[in-house]
Design a protein around this ligand. Sequence first.
Ligand SMILES: *Cc1c(COP(=O)(O)O)cnc(C)c1O
Length: 392
Amino acid sequence: MTDSVMPTYGLRDIAFDRGEGVYLIDTAGRRFLDCGSGIAVTSVGHAHPHLVQALKAQAEKVWHTSNLYEIPGQKQAAKRLTDNSFADLVFFCNSGAEANEAMIKIIRKGMAAKGHPEKHHIITIEGAFHGRTLGTLAAGNNPKHLEGFGPKVEGFDHVPFGNLNALRDAIGPLTAGVIIEPVQGEGGIRAMDIEYIKGVRAACDEFGIFMGVDEVQCGMGRTGKLFAYDWSGINPDVMALAKGLGGGFPVGACLATSEAAAGMVAGTHGSTFGGNPLAAAAVNAVLDILLEDGFLEEVKRKAKIFRDGLEALAQRHPEEITEVRGMGLMLGARVQRPNGEVVAACRDEGLLTVPAGDNVVRFLPPLIITEDEISEVLGAFDRALTASAKAA
Ligand SMILES: *Cc1c(COP(=O)(O)O)cnc(C)c1O
């Protein structure tokens, strides 16, 4: 069959028929351990009975109504997200890029509402990824992503990773805010220092600008706390969420304090689908699991076992792994040979991983992974490293 899908994703030669927890089963019946989770999306695993039940129940009632009407499930999800974060208000959308677009708009509008419409610049960090819309491409500033798509959206300034002085120096009379990814995902599983994150908060306070966090990948329990910013003890003003938020149902959200969202009154922003009854049911079902007593403690405990295992493999394969990094169940192994080759070798061993920037192999297992499954993953990775070393 000719493939009529636009070839923006390169080679795709494997198709899955179904999933069970951390496993995916392909159309030929082969079982894979899924340490990609659809890029940090299926955070409670595949076909989780609670999510399946919640979506089925909602599907039988009403799928979609638009935001012209009140959506009780959306209201409930917003309340639970604000009760468990710094935020007062939530805007629902459908993806990470849209959540970041909303964040950019909220930061600019918030400054306008404070009487500073001229302040519209946002500082972002080298290596960041914020999405593929024109605005978020400009925020991410990756030349490969911008090439050929015309003039870059104006109003973004970029500073080196981890350099607080450079960030402070970049704040000027037109600056409205700063956006950071507490743990860069696409950039190569690069966690920001807690002291750096605190320093960003202090700089934003000092200059009266907004601090935004893009937790599209690192949020929703991925690092062992509900949100990655929780580790630093500070509160941002705005936050973008998506990926794990709906456990596989496409949904994004932008959370903000009422001060930052002061300009977001009726008619200033909107979405046809955002937070529709099905999406809201998915978010509430994910939150039921993540907010269960002890769930995040378990993520932290298992994350340590996973990380210790990766460190041990780095000791065993010093020619293959140069560094293990990340937080919680958002882990990366920086490898010596091209990461695509290592990802392919893992797949041959029945293990799905995801390449990331800086030649990193990313491990983003479902948060429900068990100790036994972690051992299986480490065994498969060990065999893959041995195999790719032999093949070279
Ligand atoms: C994936 C990702 C995005 C973009 O999300 P989409 O749903 O693909 O639009 C934005 N920011 C971060 C940190 C991401 O990991």
